[in-house]
Design a protein around this ligand. Structure first.
Ligand SMILES: [Zn+2]
Length: 473
């Protein structure tokens, strides 16, 4: 197919400004994000499953509580007050503190301070001989597992006699450090207050948060370490069009990516997690990139002898606050801890983990197709516009990342503005050089109008589609 045909084929003679522009025969969407209403593409994909490795019958040896029972447990205990995934440490602790502090099942300890002096606390439960460490949100804008840990505390506090939780507490000592990067969480940003990516600080240890994690690892010497993150929501499963809900990884300990006993243990436990996740997000589980990174905590902690399990929460349809993935995290973590407690992961094998498709390409957030751009001093021109959000789940903080012929670019959302005029607002304009030009890399602020002069605008975009468009059916 020629470029020209490709470019023209999707433009229909439709007068409807927001008709779907999925390429013929291709379902372009997996996640109906808040802007889903704009685009009527392949939302149906969400329910599809792959019957490959992830669909294999549970290994009889795993002997963990069935997923539906863990879901029911989660429904009963889920911690209220964390419905918005942006929360500060103070807000988190105002919810979690009353549950764990003074409760006989928990020991709360301040193990360090962040760069800005916020307390880094561990919450520990269980009195068994096997130490396990879970840490979350070392990237301040990755809070899904932090919410799931709150639910885990609530489960232990309120239903500690549940067979799975009783077994876990008898066999394991579970150390958790929720929100390792409270300064980043304060601003909902990836890096800490020093501007350092804590997960690239395992070698230099320039951050107080990284040093705290290292000290904790050295003191506890956990058999298993759960490194809990969120990843880009636009990531696809392998070469498919399915979005990744959960990505897992046993980080390598050197360039050869050899599998030793330490990694083998992690892979077997992940086999249990994959089975537990199957009824919830089957077909949407992938393997994270396994290149060795000598600065990353997961890789070095593996080298230091702890079986690290990296969990990355991605995206899920109609789940902008990641509450469904919070539940999936809870289920996977309880199943993993139960399997470790019972040692029932032994013999599960590595095939389930190794059979996971890799994290595939990452698609852009929003493709605006077919509008005519109007910038003062330039003749109007017809072009596509690519927008990437600072917060893709909320379709907010959009930045213009490209302009031109973008017919072949994949995006989570596509917006057809054919026949309409797009006028950048001042923030989206670059006034250097004695003229006015569109500022690629600038905020996606513009009006949409039927008129070339931009009067009587239909909509105004301020970093994302206006609310009324998101609600459109
Ligand atoms: Zn991360």
């Amino acid at each position: 197919m020629s470029t020209q045909t490709k470019r023209r084929a999707p433009f229909r003679e439709s007068r409807k400004p927001f008709a779907d522009l999925g390429r013929p025969g291709k379902e372009v969407r997996v996640f109906p994000l808040p802007t889903a209403a704009l685009l009527l593409g392949g939302a149906a994909l969400a329910g599809c499953r792959v019957a490959a490795a992830a669909g294999a019958p549970p290994h009889p040896g795993a002997q963990v509580t069935p997923t539906h029972e863990l879901v029911a447990l989660h429904d009963r205990v889920r911690m209220g007050g964390l419905e918005d995934r942006r929360f500060t440490q103070e807000a988190y602790w105002s919810v979690v503190g009353p549950v764990v502090e003074g409760h006989p099942a928990f020991r709360v300890e301040e193990v360090g301070r962040s760069a800005e002096g916020r307390p880094l606390r561990t919450v520990t439960f269980g009195r068994g001989p096997v130490p396990v460490l879970l840490w979350s949100q070392m990237h301040g804008d990755e809070s899904t597992a932090t919410m799931a840990l709150a639910d885990l505390y609530a489960a232990v506090a309120r239903e500690g006699g549940h067979p799975a939780l009783r077994t876990i507490q008898e066999a394991l000592t579970v150390h958790t450090l929720p929100m390792l990067n409270p300064d980043g969480a304060q601003r909902f940003q990836r890096r800490n207050a020093q501007g350092i990516d804590i997960n690239r600080d395992a070698r230099m240890l320039a951050t107080p948060e990284g040093r705290t994690l290292k000290d904790l690892r050295d003191r506890i010497r956990p058999l298993f370490g759960f490194n809990l993150h969120d990843q880009a929501v636009g990531t696809r499963v392998g070469r498919t069009d399915r979005g990744v809900a959960i990505a897992l990884l046993s980080p390598p300990f050197d360039e050869t990516r050899a599998v030793n006993e330490v990694r083998h243990r992690a892979m077997e436990v992940m086999g249990v997690m994959i089975q537990a996740l199957e009824p919830l997000v089957g077909g949407h589980v992938a393997r994270y990139d396994d290149s060795f990174n000598p600065r990353a905590f997961g890789d070095l902690i593996t080298r230091w002898g702890t079986s690290v399990i990296l969990v990355e929460s991605g995206g899920w349809p109609d789940d902008p606050q990641k509450q469904y993935l919070r539940k999936a995290n809870f289920v996977a973590l309880v199943a993993a801890l139960e399997a470790i407690a019972k040692e029932s992961y032994k013999g599960v094998g590595t095939a389930l983990y190794e059979g996971l498709p890799p994290n595939g390409r990452r698609v852009a957030d929003l493709l605006v197709r077919g509008a005519t751009l109007v910038v003062p001093g330039l003749p109007p021109w017809r072009a596509d516009l690519l927008v990437n959000y600072e917060d893709p789940l909320l379709a907010a903080g959009g930045v213009i990342s490209d302009v031109g012929d973008l017919a072949d670019v994949e995006a989570l959302d596509t917006l057809n503005l054919e026949g309409l005029f797009l006028r950048p607002l001042p923030a989206a304009l670059d006034l250097r050089g004695g003229g006015v030009q569109l500022r690629v890399g600038g905020p996606a602020h513009f009006t949409v109008s039927r008129r070339q002069d931009g009067l009587e605008p239909l909509w105004t975009f301020l970093g994302g589609p206006p609310a009324e468009l998101r609600r459109r059916q």
